[in-house]
Design a protein around this ligand. Sequence first.
Ligand code: ADP
Ligand code: ADP
Length: 238
Amino acid sequence: MNPKVKIDKLNVHFGQTHAVKDVSIDVPENTVTAIIGPSGCGKSTMLRSLNRMHDLFPSARVTGKVLLDGGDIYDRKVDPVSIRRRVGMVFQKPNPFPAMSIYDNVVAGYKLNGRVKKSDADEIVETSLRRVALWDEVKDRLKNNSMELSGGQQQRLCIARTIAVQPEVILMDEPASALDPISTLKIEELIEELAEKYTIIIVTHNMQQAARVSDYTAFFYMGDLIEWGETKKLFTTP
Ligand code: ADP
Ligand code: ADP
């Protein structure tokens, strides 16, 4: 089967810093791939290459290819905004839009696609919040400000906001490292469930977390991909 995401000889430079060095990885559809390695080894830089986030940093220079369903996302004819819709991103620190209600946070990205009927928005909000197991906790206070939620709830809200845009791939940069242990477990369970519908690539510095949630693991060290393969093979000693 063709990979959902094919990373082919990818390099990222920031001036003299060679942050990602000639990396090639095939990511199969509906799987979880963990990117792990020590601080500063290029994990976040690698992740941001996959939805053209580096376009926002003028100092970044990206070479090589990233194919999404066979199409190069760095092709000059491709609109980076369309790529960011297909490839969603969840950040380390929960970042709901602070001035917005829970409801408005979920539909914020979806509305960028154009005008939205109230009934469609209602449906998107309910489906997305159910998918992140937040619906029952917030259904009676959807108009309340998102900042009244706990950190773990805020992170699930951010995941709902990402899902509402109906992406194909979800990138997650240390999505649980700002959370308490219980919220972390909920996020890990959620990641495994989401892989039934989406292709997930997660950066983590936590090896146990990678072993728990991922199907494939990529180990980075100083910008090099030093090991890549099935998680259960990499984490068992022969
Ligand atoms: P990790 O996520 O593994 O901690 P990063 O991808 O954040 O590593 O960083 C890899 C290297 O690239 C580091 O040397 C870091 O300082 C550098 N780097 C990351 N982002 C930028 C940037 N926007 N501008 C300049 N250098 C950067
Ligand atoms: P992370 O928690 O993902 O490791 P950092 O705290 O390293 O993130 O970086 C925070 C932000 O600063 C990121 O947007 C990253 O791209 C940018 N950054 C990291 N290193 C550098 C650098 N050497 N020069 C400029 N920007 C950097």
